[in-house]
Design a protein around this ligand. Sequence first.
Ligand code: ADP
Ligand code: ZN
Ligand code: ZN
Length: 726
Amino acid sequence: MAKFAKVIIDQDAKALDKVFEYIVPQEMSIEVGMRVYVPFGKRVLQGFVVGLSDSCDYDESKLKAIISMIEDFSAIKKEMLELMKFMAKKNHLKLASILRLFIPAEMREGKVKELFETIYLLNEENVEKLQKNAKKQQEIVEYLKIHNSRASSNEISQYGYGAIKALCDKGILQKEKREIKRTPFVLSIDAKKVKLNYGQENAIKTIKEDKTYLLHGVTGSGKTEVYMHLIERALSEGKNAIMLVPEISLTPQIMSNFKARFGNNVALLHSGLSAGERFDEWKRIFSGQARIAIGARSAIFAPIENLGMIIIDEEHEQSYISESNPRFDTHDIAEFRARFNHCPLVLGSATPSIESYEKAKQGIYQLIELATRANGKELPKIQIIDMMNEIRTGNSGIFSNQLLADLANVINNKKQAMIFINRRGYSSFMRCRDCGYIAKCMDCDVSLVYHREDNRLKCHYCGKQYKVLTKCPKCGSENIKNGAVGTEQVVAKLKEYFPDVKILRMDNDTTSTKNAHQKILSEFKNTLPCILVGTQMIAKGHDFENVVLVGIVDADQSLYHADYRSTERTFQLITQVSGRAGRSENEGKVVLQTYSPRHYVYKFASNYDFKGFFRKEENIRQTAQFPPFTRILRVLFVDHDENYVRELLKICYTELEGLKEKYGDDIIYLDAMKSPIKRIQDKYRYQIMMRFKLAKADMIEEDVFNIVDKNAKTSVFFEVNPQNLS
Ligand code: ADP
Ligand code: ZN
Ligand code: ZN
C-alpha cells in the first residue's frame, strides 16, 4: 500500500493550482483517480488523487492525512489524467478546472445520486404462513404469483403498507433494492438498412489507421451511414466509440437513428438532459454498459476506455470551441484521445473549416470525399435575389417577389418550406428617429432586442428584460424605429400573406422547455403544407422529405462582422441551410436574398464550389496574414472595477511590448483596447490583441502567459484564434 497521495484540490483558485501531498491512512484503499476529502488549513475540501507513492517530497511530519473517499471508485481514469497534463500545457488552464470537465457537475456538487426502487420478491417456502383472514395480504400474494413472483413497491402500494410490512415480517416477501436508470427520451424508429454506395464503401475501407481523416461529403451524401459503419466495426473489434455532433444538430432524428442501430449501447450526453439522466448516462459509459457516447462538445470527455473510433460531425461548427472558461478546442482533445488510443479520428463536414482543409492540403489530415448525394439527387438550385433591385422596383418588404411566388407554389402543392433568418426576436433594436437614442441594457453595452410576443425588450447577453419603448426617454418623441428583422417578424409577416397555412417557429425562445425541439419538428413533419421559420437551429442535420423550398431572408447578416472568419461562416451557413431542400423524390430550390449579390461568397456558394471558395479564401488569409497562416491571441481582462482593468491592461501591454525586441517581425500585431462590447453583466472588458507568425507562436504564447499571469489578479482569459470577438 502506498503511503502518500498526490492530491489536486478541487478549487478554482490560482494559489491552489498545484499538487499537494497527503498521508494515506493505512486502512484506506486509495487508488489514483479517486475523489477524496482532505483537510486544508482549517477547512475540509474535496480533491482528486493524481498519484501515489511510498515517499514524499515534503517534511513527512508536517503532512496531514486524507479524511475519507467521496466515492469508492476512481472517477478519473488514467487516460484522463494524461489529458489533464496535455490541456494544462496546451490551453494554460488550472488543473482543477480541467478535472471538473471529466465528471458530471452535479456529481461533484453532491447533488445527484443513483435512483433506487424497492422490489418485493415472493418467497414460496413461507407462503404457508399466510393467515386465512388477511384479505389484503392474500391479494398481494396472488398478484405476485401471476407476475413472476416479483413486483415494485409502486405496483403493490395500493394494498396498503401495513399488509406489505406484515408479509415481510413473516418472510413471505423479501425486499430488494434495485437501481433505476434514468434514460433520455428518444423517439423509437426502425433501423434503416441501406446498401452502401462506392464512395461510402471506400471511405469505410480507408478509415482504419491511427490518424486523422477529413471526410468532406456534400449535404445528403450519407456521412451518417459511414459513421454508423465505422462505429459498428469498432464495436465488433471489441472497442468503443465517441461521436460528437453540434448541440443544435443533436436532432431527434440522429438520436433515433443511433438508438435504432445500437440500442442500449448508446449513451447520450447533451444539455437537454436532466441532472439525473446525465449522471446515469455518464455512469453507464463509465461502467462499460454503454460503449458509444454520442453528444455535444462535452462528450469528448466521456469516460470511455479502449476507444476504437472518434468522430466529429460538422467539424467546422463554432460550438466545438469552448469560449467560456475553461477555454479549449474540441479538435485538440479528440486528437489527443485518438492518438492515446491509437485509433482513427474522423472529421466530417460538407463545409470543412478553412483550417482543417488546409491541414488536409498539407497532408496532416487524409482527405476523403463524397461528392454526390446518396440518393443520386442533384443539390438544389440556388437562386440569388438582389434586394436592392426589389427596392428599386417598389418592393420594400422583407420578402422578394420571387420568394413569395415560390412559397405560394409550395403551398398549392401541399409541400413544405423552411425560412432561415439568423436573428431571433422581432427586431434587432429600437431607436428614436429624432434624437438617435437607442435602448440599451443597463448591465451590458449592447442594444436591446424587441420581442413582440411578450412585448418586451430583451438583452441577449444577460437575459435582462425591459419595458417596451413607446416614447423616447430622452426627447419624448414617439417616432420610434425598429431595427433589422428577426424570426418573430418573419412569422408575423408570413401570416399576413398566407393566413391559412401552418407556420412554425424554431429559435432559442421557442425551444427553451424540455423536448420543445422535438415537438416542433414532429409537428412540422406531420403537417402539409407547412412553413418552418428558424435560426441556425434549422440549418443542420434535418432530413425532411417534403421540404422543397428553402428561403434565406438575410444572407448578408453574418457577412459584415469584423471577424476574419465571417465570409467562411456565411459560406457554411448557406451550404448547410440549402442542404435541407430536395432530399427525397421532390426536387428542391433555394432562394437567397442579399443586398450584395456580387460578393464572391455568393458566387461560390450558389455553385456549391467549396474548393473554389477555399482557394480564394486561402489566398486572402495568406496575403492578409490571418489564421491558419498566423495565430491570433486575445488576452481578455474582465472585472467590475474599470480602473483596475485599465491599469492592469497598461502594465501588461508595456511589458508585452518588450517582446517585440525579442521576436522582431514574428510578432505581426500587438495592441491594447476596449473590447467591442465593453461591458457585459456589469463587468468591464478590455483586451490585448496579438498576431504571430506560426514558426515561433508557441514560444511567444508561453512568454505572454507568463507575463500576464505574473501581473493579473483578476479574471483573465486567453483565446487562441477566437471565434467570437464580442
Ligand atoms: P449527410 O449527413 O451526409 O448530410 P445523411 O447521412 O443524412 O447525409 O444521408 C442522407 C440520406 O441518404 C438519409 O436519408 C440516408 O438514410 C440516405 N442514405 C445514406 N446512404 C445511402 C445509400 N447508400 N443509399 C441510399 N440512401 C442512403
Ligand atoms: Zn429621442
Ligand atoms: Zn444585459
